[in-house]
Design a protein around this ligand. Structure first.
Ligand SMILES: *Cc1c(COP(=O)(O)O)cnc(C)c1O
Length: 380
């Protein structure tokens, strides 16, 4: 089975982890700062804070923004549940805005409609790896005194009007899960230019304690204080070693993803009814996912039939995502449900994620294209 996404681990990645394991520091050591610094440099952000996973990064962002019970945060429904769960962790209420039918990115017009006196922030999701329309979102955020958070778990390495993802919102959140652009096994990062938020989030990832083990060792002191309730959301040094090693290869891996996407785009441009998502002007797409829409009216088969046919040809097609407001938890706790985001709901019925990852071969890409042509009955 060709998976929809897969990590690339090379011998030098393994050696980097081994070296960290032989060092004095397995966690809260010097490689954490090194990874943060290199990551911030890569995206061109002033600061980066490493945490144990992308969900913890979202949680830290909500904590830094002081989201609390009674607060509303506007979120895209076309995302992994964690983008909304982080609001609930803080006792806030996620409010789902609908998406653009062509890009499946949060629709700024719908965002504006959902703003109330309780709204505190917007979580924009760079679905599939394409940046949202941050100039427009930023204007809405400024006008309404809201914080703008980018869930950039899909879009590390992408650009919007020549500017890097990671610098486009007040806080940008990344994941280093194995299917993402670079991996640390589990891992996450938040980038921001706000020093005060950085301080808050560093305390939050360390139990709410104001200094860590290495800082106390440097100061030859045992003294610490817990100033707020935090979590253990730290990323280990051997994971940071892997992250540092992976980050150096990221530009080449993004180019490879873009090449694969180009092959798909070309092939599907001649298949009526298999529609890739629309690429906005002025963006460089990072292609965490390659998503097609199945037009049932044109090819006479629904998404389920196409999906099963791909799976039976050894293609690990997937569906990203069931809109978050349709999950039973949200329906029960927040009374959400069908009809609330009609564009997201109808897109969900049509989408399929096809395999895309740096080590995917041209033979594998062509195998996927052939399987799609076959199900669309172009080559029988
Ligand atoms: C992967 C992902 C997350 C969560 O990241 P983890 O590291 O798995 O916790 C959050 N949001 C989006 C959009 C993601 O794709």
């Amino acid at each position: 089975m060709i998976p929809y996404g897969k990590q690339t681990i090379e011998e030098d990645d393994i050696q980097a982890v081994v070296a960290a394991l032989r060092s004095d520091w397995l966690t809260t050591g010097p490689l954490v700062e090194t990874f943060e610094k290199l990551f911030a440099d890569f995206v061109g952000s002033r600061h980066a804070v490493a945490v144990s996973n992308g969900t913890a990064a979202l949680h830290a962002a909500m904590y830094g923004l002081d989201i609390k019970p009674g607060d509303e945060v506007i979120v895209s429904p076309m995302t992994f549940a964690a983008s909304a769960n982080c609001v609930v962790f803080q006792g806030g209420t996620p409010v789902f805005a609908d998406i653009d039918p062509h890009t499946l990115l949060i629709d700024p017009k719908s965002v504006e409609e959902k703003i109330t006196s309780r709204t505190k922030a917007i979580v924009a999701v760079d679905y599939a790896g394409q940046p949202c329309d941050y100039d427009v979102l930023r204007k809405i955020a400024l006008r309404n005194n809201l914080a703008l958070v980018a869930d950039a778990c899909h879009s590390l390495g992408a650009k919007y009007k020549g500017r890097n993802v990671g610098t486009l919102a007040d806080l940008s959140v990344f994941s280093f899960h194995p299917v993402k652009h670079i991996t640390t096994g589990e891992g996450g990062m938040i980038t921001t230019s706000d020093e005060n938020l950085v301080k808050q989030m560093r305390i939050f990832r360390n139990h709410g304690i104001t200094s860590d083990h290495r800082q106390r060792e440097k100061e030859r002191s045992w003294f610490y204080e817990m100033t707020d309730l935090g979590y253990n959301y730290r990323l280990t040094d051997f994971q940071c070693a892997l992250g540092i090693s992976q980050l150096a290869k990221l530009p080449k891996w993004i180019s490879r993803r873009q090449e694969i996407a180009k092959h798909y785009d070309e092939a599907f441009s001649t298949i009526d009814g298999i529609d890739p998502l629309v690429l906005s002007r002025d963006v460089s797409h990072a292609y965490h996912l390659y998503v097609i829409r199945v037009n049932e009216r044109k090819i006479g088969k629904d998404r389920g039939v196409v999906f099963r046919s791909l799976r039976s040809s050894g293609i690990g097609a997937n569906v990203h995502y069931i809109p978050v407001h349709l999950h039973p938890y949200y329906r029960k706790k927040f009374g959400t449900g069908p009809g609330q985001c009609p564009i997201a709901e109808s897109a969900y019925e049509q989408i399929i994620s096809l395999p895309i990852f740096p080590r995917m071969t041209l033979v594998e890409v062509n195998h996927v294209i052939q399987a799609i042509r076959k199900v669309a009955e172009l080559d029988l």
